[in-house]
Structures are given as structure tokens and as C-alpha cells.
Ligand binder design. Sequence first.
Ligand code: TRP
Length: 440
Amino acid sequence: MAFVLAVTGSAVGLGNIWKFPYVTGQYGGAAFVLVYLACIVLIGLPVMMSEILMGRRGRRNPVATMALLGAEEGKSMNWSWLGAMGVIAGVLILSYYSVYGGYSVAYVVKILSGVFSDARAADVIAVRDSFEGSWVLVGLFHTIFMGVSIFVVARGVEGGLERAVRFMVPGLLLLLIILLGYSMNTGYFGAGMAFMFTPDFSKLTWEAVLAAMGQAFFTLSIGMGAVMAYGAYLPEETSITTSAAAVAIADTTIAITAGLVIFPLVFANGLNIDAGPSLVFITLPLAFGQMTGGTVFGTLFFVLLSFAAWTSAISLLEPAVAWVVEKYNRSRAEAAVLIGVAIWAIGLGTVLSFNVLKDVRFLRGTLYDNLDFLTINVMLPLSGLFIAIFAGWVMCRNSTAEELGGAGTSYRLWRVLVRYAAPIGILFVFLKAVGLLELS
Ligand code: TRP
């Protein structure tokens, strides 16, 4: 149970409530959602199971685990680069994740201040603009968010993390259901449903498919060693299959519910469906401003969202800290501060990309846009690919069957997915999206 709670805490976060609705909006809705769901089941789940079983077998930080398992299977220790790539991905993701975690904390303050009472769309957008335009404010909340994350990881996490997840996930779901009630009364719930579930595959691009796959990795916290690091503490007798499925179900439920809340609000208020990263910070304050008890519900919601972001941030920080502790023999506290401050500094680049450096664009857009694309659409799928190859092809059948509890039907299904579906699917989508594969 402790393991499932910790991994759920890692999985449920800004990815579900902030990222999922805004990328779904950007990529046109239902077709994207269906590809996303398929990626969760066919690629995400098997890769998640692989990460957990590798973590439990290695029982070390991801870099050392990969070296150990490589050696154990009579292959090369060089597989440790895969662990290292994960550590780097975690550092880069957390650098901007912390900025949006900061938004979430800032919105607790804003809701309490009453600026959103009876606000109209233009007012809420103005609040967002004035916050985002100030690098001092965005930077301040990024600093607060990162400071708390460092503090928690420095002190060691277990007990508090479990307790937090136990009330946070049900609480978040409850508030989403209250919001769902509000969305249903806007008169635009049908439009929101249609947007999410009536697909038009003719408009689906390969880039959208890659983004859906990347989102599946991001939301499940896989492809980076976070789940591997938690797997290191998993008792032998716990079922990996059941745990992974439970986490995936909880995570998907929260994301889909968030979408069902947000899209009707977009249509009801005539907002832009592809408003981008601040979509949730426009739609939800509008709803809270208009509903009865909105200040209380709104405050609670953003408090819970901040907690959800923290339990995810911890899992992004943990592998890098564990690696410094084991490799350089530092204390936990020292390692957490060292790595945390470095991540905070990288994050300043994202802070500035909303204001001072807004017009500095290259490749995919601002610095944030590039970091986002590099980590979610490139690094996570590619390390997911190699994790699948490792678990499916490098590790022998006996090793994986032992971890997954025998060679029954579910084991055979896992093995087919991890040997064929995942590697071929990831590689194909990736090459298609970056334009390296031209099949007519
Ligand atoms: N899954 C988290 C979310 O949805 C983010 C996250 C935490 C993550 N740890 C991760 C993403 C590791 C990728 C890898 O908010």
C-alpha cells in the first residue's frame, strides 16, 4: 500500500490537471485523447511494470541499478547511461515543473484575496497577464515551491508522503466532482464531451501522436527512473501488475475528469481552446468566482493541487539526490540542497521565458517550449524505448518472470507488449513525428 501511495503521489500532479487539458486543447481534442489512452494501456503500463521490476531487482539509485542489472544479465555495465539520462530528464523537467507548481501556490493567494469574485473572462485573463508579466512574482513562487521540495527531500520522505497522498488524491477528486457539477450547469457540457470524445482522425498529425505518447509517459512518471527509484523499496511479495494498474487507473481518472471540467468552461466563456499552459489558471478561477462557496472550494482546490505538485516534484528530485548520496558519499541534506539549487537556477530560464525573454524564440518557441518538447517528447519516449528493450530483450525470461510472479497469461501479455508493441510503437511514432521516416 505504501508503494502504491508513493507512486500515485508521483503520478498524480500538474500533468493531470494542468498539462493534460492544455495539450488536449492544443491538439484538437478527442483523437488526441484516444491515442493518449491507447498509449497508457499499450505502452505506458508495460513500461511502468518494467521500471518497477528493474528497480526492485536493482535496489539502488537508477544509475547504479542499470549498471548492476546490465552486469547481472551478463551484458554491459554501460547500461548505466540509461539511468543517467533519466536523472538528467528529471532535473530538466523539475526546473519548469517547479515554476508551474509556483503558479498553483500563487493562485491560492489570489483566490483568497477575492480578485476572482464575479470576475469575467477578461478580468481573469488580466490577472494571469499581470502575474505572468512579472518575473519577480513568478520567480518568487518558483523559489517557494522549490524550497519546500528541497526541504522535504532533505529530511527524507516516507511517512509524510504517504499521509499527504492519502487525503490529497481523494480530496482532489472530490473537488473535481464538485466542479463537474458546476460545468454540467453551464449548458456547454455536451460541447465539452463532444470535444473530448468525438474524434476526427483526419486532423491528427504525427506530432500530435508523439505529444500524446509523451503525455502518457509524463503523467505516469515513467521513462526517467522515478518509478524505478521507488521500486527499490518494494517488498518481494507485492504484485507489480496490480500496483501499476491501480496507479494508472487513479491517474487516468483524475486527468479525464479534469478535462470534463475544463472544456465546458472554455466553451461557456468563449475562451481560446488552445490558450496553452495557463488554460487551467483561466478556466478554474472563473468557475470558482461564480459558484457559491467558490472561495472555499477554490482555495482548497489550489492547496490540494500544490500538494499534488509537491509529491510529484519529490519523485523528480529523488533519483538525482539518491545518485549524489551513493556516488559522492554526501549526506541527504547536502545532496538535496546542491541539486535543488541547481534545478532552481535552471528554472529561472523558464521564469524569464514568460516575460523578459518572451520574444527570444528558437526551434520550438521560447526556452520553456524547447525544454518541454525536449524532455516530454524526446527524452521520456526514448528512455522508455530503452527501458522496454532492456526488460524485454536484455533481461532473461527467468529474471522478469520471477519479478512478475510467474509465467501466466498476464506475464505473456506483458512480454509481448514490452518486446514488440512498445519498442516498435515508440520508435515508429518518434521517427514519423520528427520526419525521419517517410512511408507513403
Ligand atoms: N507525473 C507527474 C505529473 O503528472 C510528473 C512527474 C513526476 C514525472 N515524476 C515524474 C514525469 C517522472 C516524468 C517522470 O504531474
